[in-house]
Design a protein around this ligand. Structure first.
Ligand SMILES: Nc1nc2c(ncn2[C@@H]2O[C@H](COP(=O)(O)OP(=O)(O)OP(=O)(O)O)[C@@H](O)[C@H]2O)c(=O)[nH]1
Ligand SMILES: [Mg+2]
Length: 289
């Protein structure tokens, strides 16, 4: 028993030391907002914001692989797989359990020192203007992390009434802001990427950058599908696209390819957010226009 435990420990140490060799792993592990900027003066500017963490919002359709991606990222950074986000979680609506297993709350999972990933309920079949509006509300800090997202994505007339009366008095918390968006898309999905245009534009407007696209189930489709979907997202102006085979509760045996992609995704999130932080600060201090 003891022998088995010590061999598991040494395997973990080997995996962790291999991961530490991945390009940008250490930068991601020790990331604080601003740290990927090249110049000391720029870094000092962003540090002044005193952001508690970089919040990355994970969006996508039901079953796209959002929770799996969060678990995969967390496991690569922490060195140990666990189902933190709740892959196929059984959600509760009031005191009744939702029949199909799905995420229904905006669960926040911390990875590394100062990076948080925010899971979400999957989008309904049709992503119209009202869903895009709700995405903007989530990103600007109007909705709280940890809160329940109803199936209609807060588009009932009661919710709209509540939002309209709170109107300009609505409290927007800087701590609850989403700084960077990831749009997860399963390569098994037959919804055309064009259907996400409103969401992509909403994320660009709220976060100042186009979302990062993560194509899941890359292990289960042929290259033609992958190439076609990739080109379709590029045509929507998304330039940072990654294809991944996620870890899951049944298979979390470490794979170098998955680990490298995870670090690449996170590093890109950190980089584009730092650029957006700096740009926002420069624009708000500009007195000439
Ligand atoms: N083969 C394969 N299966 C995946 C991958 N990513 C996710 N899955 C599977 O897809 C299913 C749905 O994954 P989840 O992570 O729960 O998807 P979700 O987007 O969080 O779903 P909801 O919370 O219901 O919106 C699970 O059975 C996963 O094991 C992947 O990259 N490859
Ligand atoms: Mg989920």
């Amino acid at each position: 028993m003891e022998k088995q435990e010590s061999s598991e420990e040494s395997t973990k140490t080997i995996i962790f030391s291999q991961r530490k060799c991945i390009r940008h792993f250490n930068e991601v592990l020790s990331y604080i907002p601003g740290s990927t900027l090249q110049y000391d003066t720029d870094r000092a500017q962003v540090l002044k914001l005193k952001l508690p963490a970089l919040n990355i919002g994970v969006f996508g359709s039901i079953g796209a692989g959002k929770s799996c991606l969060i678990n995969t990222i967390e496991s690569v950074i922490s060195g140990e797989y666990s189902d933190r986000a709740g892959e196929n979680r059984l959600a509760k609506e009031g005191d009744k359990c939702i029949v199909e297993a799905t995420t229904a709350e905006r669960i926040k999972v911390r990875v590394g020192q100062k990076i948080c990933l925010v899971d979400n309920r999957g989008f309904p079949k049709k992503c119209d203007e009202s869903i895009a509006e709700e995405v903007v509300k989530q990103c600007d800090g109007t909705r709280k992390f940890g809160s329940f997202v109803p199936e209609d994505w807060n588009n009932s007339s009661w919710q709209k009434f509540k939002d309209s009366i709170s109107g300009s008095f609505r409290r927007r918390s800087l701590k609850q802001r989403v700084h960077c968006g990831i749009l997860v898309y399963s390569l098994h999905d037959d919804t055309e990427p064009e259907e996400f245009k409103l969401i992509i534009d909403a994320l660009r407007k709220s976060c100042g950058r186009f979302p990062i696209i993560v194509l899941t189930c890359a292990d289960e489709v042929n290259e033609d599908v992958l190439r076609r979907r990739w080109a379709q997202f590029q045509a929507l102006h998304c330039s940072r696209i990654f294809a991944i085979k996620n870890y899951n509760i049944r298979d979390s045996t470490p794979r170098m390819e998955t680990d490298t992609t995870v670090v690449d995704i996170l590093y890109n999130c950190c980089m584009i957010s730092d650029q957006a932080f700096l740009q926002n600060m420069e624009e708000s201090s500009c007195v000439c226009c």
